[in-house]
Design a protein around this ligand. Structure first.
Ligand code: KIV
Length: 275
């Protein structure tokens, strides 16, 4: 059954945990969909794990649309959430609505995500008014790393913790269907999850969130440039891939690949004419 924003709402009401992973291509999205994931986020983490940038700030709308299209083709049942890249919504309410619309119309997503609380409320309200479901994202918002002074856990002081709680409440009022809580203390996430009636999806925010999200290359051990404390490696696919690559190199060099069963035949009669 297709996951929708209603599925997310009902999961919170029933106390069923929601599962979300990032994906950036067709075949990975298809595998996740077959595993029955609730949501696939085409995150702007794409910039780091797929494109090799040091942060997410260089990602463009064109990058996001390209990858969202691929994921949408692979995800039959998961809710596809397209991430709004840096400067696609901060510049104006108009830009925010136009770019959110592009992720839906061109990318095939069913919802969008953008970072920030109080500072993006007008954008969130306008996108929701345009009938596009929005997922909020607060706490350690990677598009703000230059303001934070790096990838640093947020909400450890009373002032910032209160601000994050307020952000969550005002995002709910502005109409978001769900909020990603990233890089905040677990007890703060617990308070927010209790205080809002929409599902919270945590990443580095502890177990009391209504659901969890991880970057798939992190949880499969495929990305080693940076490993945050909150990541659990559910499988060591990186090592398996490297073993596969080495075996391929070895067999091609030895001449054992391709073998007879990998080759195509030609009729003797045709062949004789070629000599
Ligand atoms: O871009 C991304 O992958 C994200 C998740 C970390 C929530 O925003």
């Amino acid at each position: 059954m297709k996951n929708t924003v209603t599925t997310f709402k009902e999961a919170k009401e029933k106390g069923t945990k929601l599962t979300v992973l990032t994906a950036y291509d067709y075949s990975t999205a298809k595998l996740m969909d077959e595993a029955n994931i609730n949501g696939i986020l085409v995150g702007d983490s794409l910039g780091m794990v797929c494109l090799g940038y040091k942060d997410t700030l260089s990602v463009t709308m064109e990058d996001m649309i390209h990858h969202t299209k691929a994921v949408s083709r692979g995800a039959k049942n998961a809710l596809v959430i397209g991430d709004m890249p840096f400067m696609s919504y901060q510049t104006s309410v108009y830009d925010a609505v136009v770019n959110a619309g592009r992720l839906i119309k061109e990318g095939g997503a069913q919802a969008v995500k953008l970072e920030g609380g109080a500072i993006v409320l007008e954008q969130v309200k306008a996108i929701v008014k345009a009938q596009i479901p929005v997922m909020g994202h607060i706490g350690l918002t990677p598009q703000s790393i230059n303001m934070f002074g790096g990838f640093k856990v947020q909400g450890k002081s009373e002032e910032v913790a209160r601000q994050i709680i307020e952000d969550a409440k005002s995002l709910e009022e502005a109409g978001v269907f769900s909020i990603t809580l990233e890089g905040i203390p677990e007890k703060l996430a617990e308070i927010i999850t209790r205080e809002v009636s929409i599902p919270t999806i945590g990443i580095g925010a502890g177990a009391s969130c209504d659901g969890q999200v991880l970057v798939y290359q992190d949880m499969l051990g495929m990305f080693s440039d940076m490993t945050p404390k909150f990541v659990k490696k559910f499988a060591d696919v990186g090592t398996i891939m490297k073993q596969g690559f080495s075996k391929y190199i070895e067999e091609v060099q030895k001449g054992t690949f391709p073998a007879k069963e990998h080759c195509f035949k030609i009729d003797e009669e045709v062949l004789n004419k070629l000599y």
